[in-house]
Design a binder for this molecule. Sequence first.
Ligand code: B12
Length: 288
Amino acid sequence: MTTEDMDLRQALIRKIKYCVENDPANRSEDATPYFDAPLVGFASADDDLFERYKSIIGPFHWSPSEVLARAYGPSGPLAQTVICWVLPITEETRLSNRKENQYPSRKWARTRHFAELFNDVLRKAVVDYIVELGEYAAAPMLMEEWSRVKDPDIGIASTWSERHAAYAAGLGTFSINDGFITPKGIAHRVGSVVTNVVMEPSEQPHWDYRENCLTCRGKTCGVCMSRCPVGAISLKGHDKDLCNKYTYGPAFKDLSIKFEVKEVGCGLCQTDVPCESQIPESAVKSER
Ligand code: B12
């Protein structure tokens, strides 16, 4: 690891934090931010998790090298690092969604739409920053070839899962409802960029991919199950088809007109739950 690589790592953390704090795209209609200060993590492209995702998710899921090969051609640079971030949704928005029990609040829906546009701005800013230094980078979610996939085994998936990248970067673990529980909780959005620059990977503090979820640790919780208006979450996990059918159903089409957004989301399972803005206490402490 050279000093230059360490400097770039620090510079990227500063850059991502600066964008979240200052970019006008992270401002809602009432001028409050969509996201609070981010968590940033780095995964080595050589981490064997990315190879395992070919079987855990499916062979259609890109490795970091495949991302750069798609962006720069097969004789392009070798992927070395995946830069990941978690953008926590503000308390005001979380509180507004806590009050709901059928559909998302206006603030939540507008975060789903406009805050994801900010996430794209951030992805592009990180890529541009690295490319301007004469190096290589690509954001899988900004690539035309990225697509959703319907797999017979795993159900709805895609060619690049932001949460699986964030797991490799040590930023959190999955929940019984598939959400990603980080030290800032489960109510957030995630982003990532792949680069050829070698940077020190973040520590992987998790011994199990569902460690932060109380229910998965066999503790009493299951609050997200009762929050789901269509019963898509049970001890068997998250019924993605049911969730998808509900959140893209007719009522949500009306809501998208009412809230003036393209997609509304839902997020009831991410608010008014013990993991909303933190890792629930006993999930980690009692079992170590
Ligand atoms: C398709 C999609 C959906 C689908 C399917 C969700 C799903 N579970 O995959 C539907 C329409 C249902 C959906 C719903 C929502 N979505 Co959505 N969606 C996506 C999208 C575009 C792709 C997801 C994907 O590729 N999944 C891959 C599959 C394989 O993931 P999975 O089935 O959850 O994976 C399980 C297994 O792999 C398992 N596993 C088994 N063995 C092992 C072993 C190891 C070692 C590991 C690590 C894992 C593992 O772990 C997982 C959890 O059980 C992503 C954006 C992206 N590119 O990542 C956003 C994304 C997942 N959605 C997001 C959000 C916020 C939502 C909603 C809350 C709606 C909203 N915005 O209000 C809901 C509920 C999400 C939920 N509970 O998962 C966020 C999630 C952030 C978070 N807080 O967790 C994402 C990451 C978008 C973003 N950029 O932030 N979504």
